[in-house]
Design a protein around this ligand. Structure first.
Ligand code: PXP
Length: 253
């Protein structure tokens, strides 16, 4: 166990606004506006805004990213594939953070963690380039101890643990699988924190799954999108964020 103090009781919530852009793009116009969603998220107490500029621009567009980078009053987490095009853009826009994710054109969402063990040689210079531009690099990875070691060796200060399999297990009502997946996240968070990484987590988290992850004190930040934007249809975005924050805080208390 590291001698570093655990992150504070206040777990940060990064709100992912991609799916506001998904709905906008369904009609090709300008509404609903993801920038307005970012402003409402700030007002509701979000600690950061996350947006994924995908290679195929299926939701967030370049102009959204430019406006967010220029106008946001809280940290912007630029989710991106580790491609030359995205690195160029990020080093020009200089967001607070860049989260490197795997990306295949056909997938509906980011299906699994980045293969940082297999891609070490190509990732190392890209992480160095983003870092030199003053951008905090986070690697979106599977909760696995060897992966934590590799992230550390690559010089990334942050890992975001992929919670997708755990959330799938919760949704299936499969308690044995849920326990197994949560144990993987728990061990990876403790180990990664112990070797000096800042630990984030995300993907698929919803009100019924966030608690056990939020309770892990090594985790400093959760990034949540789909469940918040979905719930916003019924209760409004501000209320959806406040409800999620309450669930996180209750678990952390
Ligand atoms: N974190 C990362 C790295 C992601 O790729 C995503 C999905 O875009 C999320 C968090 C948010 O996942 P969800 O929309 O399922 O909450």
């Amino acid at each position: 166990m590291s001698s570093r103090a655990l992150p504070s009781d206040r777990l940060r919530l990064g709100v992912n606004i991609d799916h506001v852009a998904t709905v906008r793009n369904a009609r090709g116009g300008t509404a609903p506006d993801p920038i307005r969603a970012a402003r409402e998220s700030v007002a509701a107490g979000a600690d950061g805004i996350t947006a994924h500029l995908r290679e195929d621009r299926r939701h967030i567009r370049d102009a959204d990213m430019e406006t967010l980078a220029r106008t946001l009053t809280i940290p912007l987490n630029f989710e991106m594939a580790a491609t030359d095009e995205m690195i160029e853009l990020a080093t020009r826009l200089r967001p607070h953070a860049a989260c490197l994710v795997p990306e295949k054109r056909q997938e509906r969402t980011t299906e699994g963690g980045l293969d940082i063990i297999g891609a070490q040689d190509s990732l190392r210079p890209r992480i160095a380039r983003l870092t030199a531009a003053g951008i905090r690099v986070s690697l979106f990875v599977e909760p696995d101890l060897a992966v934590m070691d590799t992230a550390k060796r690559l010089g990334a200060p942050v890992v975001e643990l992929h919670t997708g399999s755990y959330c799938e297990a919760v949704a299936e009502g499969n308690t044995a699988r849920t326990a197994r997946e949560l144990a993987r996240i728990t061990h990876a968070a403790a180990y990664g924190f112990g070797i000096g990484l800042e630990i984030h987590a995300g993907h698929g988290l919803a009100l019924d799954s966030v608690g056990p992850v939020a309770a892990l004190r090594e985790i400093a930040e959760l990034n949540i999108g789909h469940a918040l934007i979905g719930e916003a249809i019924f209760v409004g975005l501000g209320q959806a964020i406040r409800d999620m924050r309450a669930a996180m805080e209750e678990a952390r208390a």
